[in-house]
Design a protein around this ligand. Structure first.
Ligand SMILES: Nc1ncnc2c1ncn2[C@@H]1O[C@H](COP(=O)(O)OP(=O)(O)OP(=O)(O)O)[C@@H](O)[C@H]1O
Ligand SMILES: Cc1ncc(C[n+]2csc(CCOP(=O)(O)O)c2C)c(N)n1
Ligand SMILES: [Mg+2]
Ligand SMILES: [Mg+2]
Ligand SMILES: [Mg+2]
Length: 348
């Protein structure tokens, strides 16, 4: 495999680029020492990166090549949605063990990556390609824009706020569980038993929630408080909001929306679906807070747009030094207990 030939093969011919409206603002894209971009005036830049690592984030049993590319882009973009930003540009760093990946498989990975980039109007403007002694990694850096001063921060929750999520949780973890339990090389989703399909789709083809992010960003300044995306599980994301904002969050377990088919699948393998929603991660829904007296108005704005938010808890003033940052009532009438700090942790 030749590095330069591979880069040419993975990226689109120059004639394809520039056709998409996403290419606007690109003075120099792929092909020079660096990209040259023109941000819109009056907008602030919002920048983030995320890495996916073979065996840590994907295995042959869990993801096909195109899914890896799609999800790497989707997971990175999700952090822009979590800031209330509009996606614009991306850079892709690839490290490849040449013995275990063919150029065709890498091309499929890029087909998935570009499918996601096109779906969200993102122009890939550069990247980096190196060999790796073992394990493929994909790092996607994303750049978006928000109205000046309007990025939605983790630190903006206030006592009295309601906590909401933008969609059902736990599906991705259940899909992962099902794929690992099957243990065979991942095939097309349509060939799986029907009840597994939405769970596996949630794992392989997550969608960054720009639809919800746009509605939140469009609300009057101050209506939406903090915002995060659920990459590490609701428990972990709620804790990040609580700690960044210096508040306490009380979750109501019975109100947390569970993914379609999740309860049935969890029952079939003796698992607790709520645990997957709290600790599974990779759902990429948004979790946020809204001022209590504006919560119904926000829910109505979602309904008018044919969407929904689910209220899953309340924010209150931080407890004493040793008080729990996040608590939960698991069942109606149950006791309020501190929520354990589990969630996904790369070094735990
Ligand atoms: N190696 C690093 N060097 C500098 N900053 C980092 C590094 N790793 C993470 N960060 C920063 O730490 C903050 C929290 O990162 P974290 O990865 O936990 O958030 P996230 O991207 O929302 O989560 P996830 O990676 O699960 O999507 C971010 O501001 C991120 O840019
Ligand atoms: C084969 C395989 N095993 C386990 C997992 C689960 N997993 C890996 S990283 C992560 C958190 C988000 O990552 P990050 O914090 O790096 O953004 C989760 C839930 C998976 N996807 N594939
Ligand atoms: Mg991160
Ligand atoms: Mg992330
Ligand atoms: Mg995030």
């Amino acid at each position: 495999m030749d590095e330069f030939a591979l880069i040419r093969r993975l990226n689109r011919p120059r004639s394809d680029r520039g056709a998409a409206p996403a290419a606007s603002g690109v003075k120099m894209g792929i092909g020079d020492d660096a990209a040259v971009l023109r941000p819109s005036s009056g907008r602030e830049l919002v920048v983030s990166c995320d890495t996916m690592v073979e065996t840590v984030h994907f295995k042959p049993e869990t993801m096909r090549s195109d899914d890896i590319g799609y999800k790497a882009m989707a997971a990175a973009l999700s952090d822009l949605a979590a800031m209330g930003a509009e996606p614009r540009w991306a850079l892709v760093a690839l490290t490849v063990p040449p013995q275990s990946w063919t150029a065709d498989e890498l091309r499929e990975l890029y087909d998935g990556l570009y499918a996601c980039a096109d779906r969200y109007g993102v122009a890939v403007v550069g990247g980096d390609t190196t060999s790796s002694p073992a394990g493929l990694t994909v790092t996607v850096t994303v750049i978006g824009e928000a109205a000046d001063g309007r990025s939605l921060l983790r630190s903006a929750a206030e006592p009295g706020d309601a906590v909401f999520v933008t969609g059902p949780l736990g599906g991705s973890a259940a899909g992962l569980h099902a794929l690992l339990a099957r243990g065979e090389r991942a095939g097309p989703i349509e060939r799986l038993p029907e009840p597994l399909q939405p769970l596996v789709r949630a794992h392989r083809r997550p969608e960054p929630r720009f639809d919800a992010a746009r509605l939140l960003a469009a609300a009057e300044p101050g209506v939406c408080g903090a915002l995060n995306d659920v990459s590490d599980g609701l428990a972990s994301e709620a804790r990040e909001i609580a700690e960044a904002s210096g508040v306490r969050i009380a979750l109501d377990g019975a109100s947390i929306p569970l993914a379609d088919e999740l309860s049935e699948y969890a029952a079939s393998v003796g698992a607790d679906p709520l645990e997957w929603a709290l600790y599974g991660g990779e759902d990429f829904e948004l979790v946020g807070t809204v001022r209590r007296d504006r919560a119904e108005e926000l829910a109505a704005a979602f309904e008018r747009a044919g969407r929904r938010i689910w209220f899953v808890g309340q924010v209150s003033a931080a407890a004493a030094e040793d008080g729990a940052a996040v608590t939960i009532v698991r069942e109606p009438g149950g006791a309020e207990v501190p929520l354990a700090k589990n969630g996904y942790n790369h070094f735990a």
